[in-house]
Design a protein around this ligand. Structure first.
Ligand code: IMP
Ligand code: MG
Length: 185
């Protein structure tokens, strides 16, 4: 099976699919409790947030609307230049609405900080941010407010489960993986 990291070579599976789905189910229950009878506009941040968001909304028992935002940062293949640009904007006004922003990974924090500022400028009733992966490193360059982190990960370049590898592939892997570190015996 081509999109099956578990059988691929050259990857380390950092977070397997069962663990991902278990944690997302529990986050979904928590968000169901938070939004209760309210309508919430869920915004996957593209491209990387699409898979996480699609699994998460299926675990939420709430009135969900979907909008999309796209962001990209200029830079080389594994490190951000710090300059973020908007690649896709929402179609619906966010003023007075409860917004849930769904992102794949936070590293420097610049992408999230930029997008959160944009959303706040539109005066939503509330803004929560959920992030699947947090690289717990000291590279943070911007303060982003993150309400829920699903997994903290080491400082390795990861891909799969929505995130792309340097060649622009592998977003469709079911696990979060990293390139195998060699030369360690
Ligand atoms: P930040 O702006 O430095 O926080 O980086 C966040 C963005 O960079 C994420 O939305 C990802 O698109 C991308 N990114 C950061 N680290 C990784 C990684 O390890 N794998 C794939 N994409 C990453
Ligand atoms: Mg991203």
């Amino acid at each position: 099976m081509k999109n099956d990291a578990a059988t691929g070579s050259g990857y380390d599976v950092l977070i397997g699919r069962e663990m991902i789905s278990g944690e997302i189910a529990s986050l979904g229950r928590e968000l169901t409790g938070i939004y209760g009878g309210e309508t919430v506009v869920v915004i996957p941040l593209l491209k990387g947030g699409f898979m996480f968001a699609s699994d998460l909304v299926r675990c939420m028992d709430a009135d969900v609307q979907i909008e999309f935002l796209g962001a990209a940062s200029y830079g080389d293949e594994t490190e951000t230049s710090g300059e973020v640009r908007l690649t896709l904007d929402t179609t619906m006004p966010l003023a007075g609405r409860h917004v849930l922003l769904v992102e794949d990974i936070v590293d420097s924090g610049l992408t999230l900080a930029y997008i959160q500022q944009l959303i706040r400028s539109r005066r939503p009733a509330s803004l929560r941010t959920v992030v699947l992966l947090d690289k717990k490193v000291t590279r943070r360059k911007a303060v982003a407010e993150i309400d829920h982190v699903v997994f903290e990960i080491p400082d390795r370049f990861v891909f799969g489960y929505g995130l792309d590898s340097p060649g622009g592939f592998n977003r469709n892997l079911r696990d979060v993986v990293a390139i195998r570190e060699t030369g360690r015996g």
